[in-house]
Write a protein that binds this ligand. Structure first.
Ligand SMILES: C[S@@+](CC[C@H](N)C(=O)[O-])C[C@H]1O[C@@H](n2cnc3c(N)ncnc32)[C@H](O)[C@@H]1O
Length: 226
């Protein structure tokens, strides 16, 4: 008898259509959960950064990291990743011999995650992740700079790089090119594409443009198909 009742109740529950109020409650609950994730995990650190300069976290693809390293291969001097996320580029650069390798990241959770990755890789004492606003750090001694930021902030970034980087520095930009500088090399296709720019005394914009989508790096494989 009891079994009949619970089977009946189950069938009734399965067949019943949710009411508009229930749907509304589910939608509100999901919205609240999404807001909580955003406020607790993604937003910290950005409170003092103007909205137009806020760039969300998206990790570089494995292929993109490979391309960044290819374009920085064999270069001496310090590497910095501006907006280092979970630290994957800094860690990979350190493993390839670029030292010191430093990441600047605003989101404290990502900084912690980066340290965790470095610790697991046995590199915690060799790399550096700093919770700092990339717009406020000095780049005067940086000869290798990696960026993977939103196109909307790149014009402003160009100005900062132009003003602060020493002659001889190289900038590699993942997924989005710097808007007015002329690249010296381009590797990869689509989302994995990375552009390299060198700072000469005449300024980076003075340099020759490589052929269209030539993906040319001396000694490197040509454009790699996805
Ligand atoms: C598109 S993600 C790239 C992450 C990492 N560089 C990678 O390639 O995997 C951009 C990162 O920049 C960080 N970021 C955005 N604005 C920043 C700022 N003003 N100072 C420091 N980090 C910032 C974001 O938190 C995010 O982690």
């Amino acid at each position: 008898m009891e079994e009949d009742c619970s089977a009946e109740a189950l069938t009734e529950l399965r067949e019943r259509q949710p009411s508009a109020l229930e749907l509304l409650q589910v939608a509100a609950g999901s919205g609240l959960a999404a807001y909580a994730v955003w406020a607790l995990l993604l937003q910290p650190g950005f409170r003092r950064v103007p909205l137009r300069l806020q760039v969300p976290y998206v990790g570089a693809s494995a292929r993109q990291v490979e391309h960044v390293l290819l374009l920085l291969r064999g270069r001496p001097g310090k590497l910095v990743d501006l907006g280092s996320g979970d630290g994957r580029i800094v860690l990979a650069a350190h493993k390839c011999g670029l030292r010191p390798a430093v990441g600047y990241e605003l989101n404290p959770w990502l900084v912690r995650l980066a340290w965790l990755h470095a610790w697991r890789a046995g590199c915690a004492s060799s790399v550096s992740y700093r919770r700092e606003n990339l717009w406020k750090v000095s780049l005067r001694d940086c000869y290798n700079v990696s960026v993977f930021l939103a196109p909307s902030v790149l014009p402003l970034l160009e100005d900062k790089l132009q003003t602060e980087l020493p002659v001889g520095a190289r900038v590699v930009s993942g997924r989005f090119p710097l808007p007015t500088w002329q690249p010296v090399a381009v590797v990869g296709e689509g989302l994995d594409r990375v552009w390299a720019y060198d700072v000469h005394s005449g300024g980076p914009a003075e340099q020759a443009v490589p052929g269209p989508s030539s993906a040319s790096v001396p000694g490197a494989p040509a454009a790699q198909a996805d």
